[in-house]
Design a protein around this ligand. Sequence first.
Ligand SMILES: [Zn+2]
Length: 449
Amino acid sequence: MTEVTMEKIVSLAKRRGFIYPGSEIYGGLSGFWDYGPLGLELKNNIKNLWWRMFVQERDDMYGVDAAIIMQKKAWEASGHVAGFSDPVVECKKCKRRFRADHVSIKYQKNELGKILAGKEKWVCENCGADNEKFEVRQFNMMFKTYVGPTEDESSTSYLRPETAGGIFVNFKNIIDSFHPKLPFGMAQIGKAFRNEIAPRDFVFRAREFEQMEIEYFVREKEWKESFEIWREQSLGFLKSIGVEKSSIHELEVSPEDRAHYSKRTIDFEFDFPFGRKELFGLAYRTDFDLSRHEASSGVELKYLEEGEGKFIPHVIEPSFGVERIILAVLQTAYTEDTLGKEARTYLKFNPAVAPVKAAVFPLLKNKPELVAKAREVYTSLKKNVPQIMWDDNGNIGKRYRRQDEIGTPVCITIDFQTLEDDTVTVRDRDTGKQERVSVSELEQQIKVN
Ligand SMILES: [Zn+2]
């Protein structure tokens, strides 16, 4: 079995144009990453498959794309201004700040699970100074900004730390425009920002990231049933992109550890090279969010049902981090083996997420008749399967290795026989096996979504 390390994934991701460190020519900026051509295609495939499964193929889901910056009051109502913070301690000598729970495990928590104080002494891992006191401060992780020309308290706002807020503030709009019947959901894919004290583990804990979130509104008595359905459907989505249920571990979050308003939360964890960590989450948030926004905005956020009257619906929230899923997909796909006595590294992507569905080559690039025929095949396929790559660089063996490494499921070679009978060689990424396929059947063979 292949030992998959972060070094191997990070190195392949950079070398082959998936993910680069942000602001790299200036020495980088911790917690920010840039996507190259292949990483972007991979990311778009994952987002598009999610959107199709959870929004387009359903009749009970409403998509939104809300503004990233919202009224400060919305973040006060959601509890983020007061409570979206990590406990930190500051080194007296170098002033570097650390997460309190990274410095000490012997701390006391208050009833909301916030770290209050820890052991008396701790050693700074940056400068080695002995710190006598363990003074905990709360550090709000929202990025602060100013809206408009004045920089004062009244113009302060934040880059959203999660996409869910933009869903709740549009609840009334969806009710008014579409009159949906309960249960129904609202979905959003978009960027979110958290000023993490310690960004780490490649794209796993970054300061700018993307979320795919659903708020599924139900009657209170339906929550358990709906929660189970979402648990299965969430796992079904992961399976459809190549991450099997068997590699996911469900952690039932205990009452002390979950948010006070949540009556049930499951963290779905994955064995990353740096440990078992959360891949996505599912939470029953009761009617907390809409109630808070109703109280704070003064706008009624109730649902009117025949015979039942008005009430605030309860909500089930499946929440996915796009980058964490990308990382799990990359790790699952990363394979080292030997093919034809030659060691190789390849990405065994499920074709649905593969950034390139097929590569097309002329056998020789100095034979105009082969190049012309290959171009014809390539152009024709690209019309309906846009994720097709042209490659005529180096010999065939090198092209195969290169395509294997970026996870292209099949390579199509146009050779002299093609000119006679209109068949091509189709070579399979995983087995290396080749077969002759008629040009007219190619599209059918490579079309996966
Ligand atoms: Zn220090």
